[in-house]
Design a protein around this ligand. Structure first.
Ligand code: 6V0
Length: 332
């Protein structure tokens, strides 16, 4: 008898299924930031990594495994195009793909990343037919739409990480200006995760006080306090970070873990995430954009109509038209 068998009197099989298994596709800067946050915050105790670059996958896998004394859970990896180890994932996070180069917009990446998704999405669904997919690769709204089409899954199970991150940036900058914590500055960015995002100035509030009641020009061109600059800063954020360090990673990793937690914990928390918003806010096209959504174990449970003022509604429609224009040019 070997040492293990002398020590352990096995009385049942090890359970290989896990109620919080997450697959992360793409072990680049974004994927690894997602994995780090998922594990270190205890959002998932079972993460599988997959990347076409086998050395990169293996290097990241070993690095995480060597730290497993310091988190509760296990990390496994899949080589190349073998998705079998992803089986039974409750959530799959797609971060694979080309990233923006300096000066390149998110929409510039669309066809390149659509081609990559064609090799990923059918494999994920094959091994985890009940999964919820979070699309992070950019442009995440369009690619969430592409994923929805490729997967055949119902729309509640396809989520673009969308403006959950932009909303965090927005709340950070408002909080800084107001000298309160971001958690106490209630505000939403909706629409495109990108250059046409919509700041819902009409709904910004602190402690139940609507800031537009104090400054009716807030967020407009006539505002002497120039709050609008905060939205411009949010739009420029990714470009600024990319120029400084080459990519954005930690904030999106935290944002994805935050969305995943709400799903796995069946929390009914509300996030600005990208979904098919046909029928909402006067949008008649099948288009993926962010609106506040209630998240639970089945993915998106409900979409919230944010009761926009006319200018905001127009901006959202502009976002939708822009998305449709790009989506119509995609070769499936
Ligand atoms: P990166 O560091 O280049 O990593 C991408 C990884 O994907 C690499 O390791 C590739 O080997 C891998 N990859 C490529 N093709 C495949 C494939 N077919 N299957 C598996 N793996 C593959 O890029 P980074 O991690 O910085 O960015 C990844 C994506 O996230 C890009 O599209 C970014 O634009 C996007 N981001 C999205 C954000 C959001 O808020 N939605 C935020 C930041 C970046």
């Amino acid at each position: 008898m070997n040492t293990k068998d002398q020590l352990l009197s096995v009385i049942s099989e090890t359970c290989d299924t896990s109620i919080d298994k997450v697959t992360v596709v793409g072990a680049g800067d974004v994927g690894t930031a997602c994995i780090f946050t998922l594990l270190s915050q205890g959002v998932s105790s079972n993460v599988t990594i997959i990347d076409v670059n086998e050395n990169k996958m293996m290097g990241e896998l070993l690095d995480f495994q060597h730290g497993s004394l310091f988190f509760n859970g296990k990390v496994t990896g899949c080589k190349g195009n073998d998705y079998s180890a992803t089986a039974g994932s409750k959530v799959c996070v797609i971060t694979a793909g080309a990233r923006q180069k300096t000066g390149e917009s998110r929409l510039d990446l669309v066809q390149k990343n659509t081609e990559i998704l064609k090799g990923i999405v059918p494999n994920l669904v094959k091994y985890s037919p009940d999964t919820i997919i979070i699309v992070v690769s950019n442009p995440c709204d369009i690619l969430a739409y592409v994923t929805w089409k490729l997967s055949g899954l119902p729309k509640n199970r396809i989520i673009g990480s969308g403006t959950n991150l932009d909303t965090s940036r927005f709340r950070f900058y408002i909080a800084e200006k107001m000298k309160v914590a971001p958690e106490s500055a209630h505000a939403w960015i909706i629409g495109e995760h990108g250059d046409t995002s919509v700041a819902v100035w009409s709904g910004v509030s602190v402690a139940g006080v609507r800031l537009r009641d104090l400054n009716p020009a807030m967020g407009t061109d006539n505002d002497p306090e120039n709050w609008k600059e905060i939205h411009n800063k949010v739009i420029r954020s990714a470009y600024e970070v990319i120029e400084l360090k080459g990519s954005t990673s930690w904030a999106i990793g935290l944002s994805v873990a935050n969305i995943t937690r709400s799903i796995l914990k069946n929390s009914n928390k509300i996030h600005a995430i990208s979904t098919n918003i046909k029928g909402m806010c006067g949008i008649e096209q099948e288009v993926f954009l962010s609106l506040p959504c209630v998240l639970g174990r089945n993915g998106i449970i409900a979409i919230i109509d944010p009761h926009l003022v006319e200018a905001e509604r127009c901006s959202l429609k502009f976002s939708a038209a822009k998305m449709m224009e790009v989506a119509n040019g995609i070769k499936f």
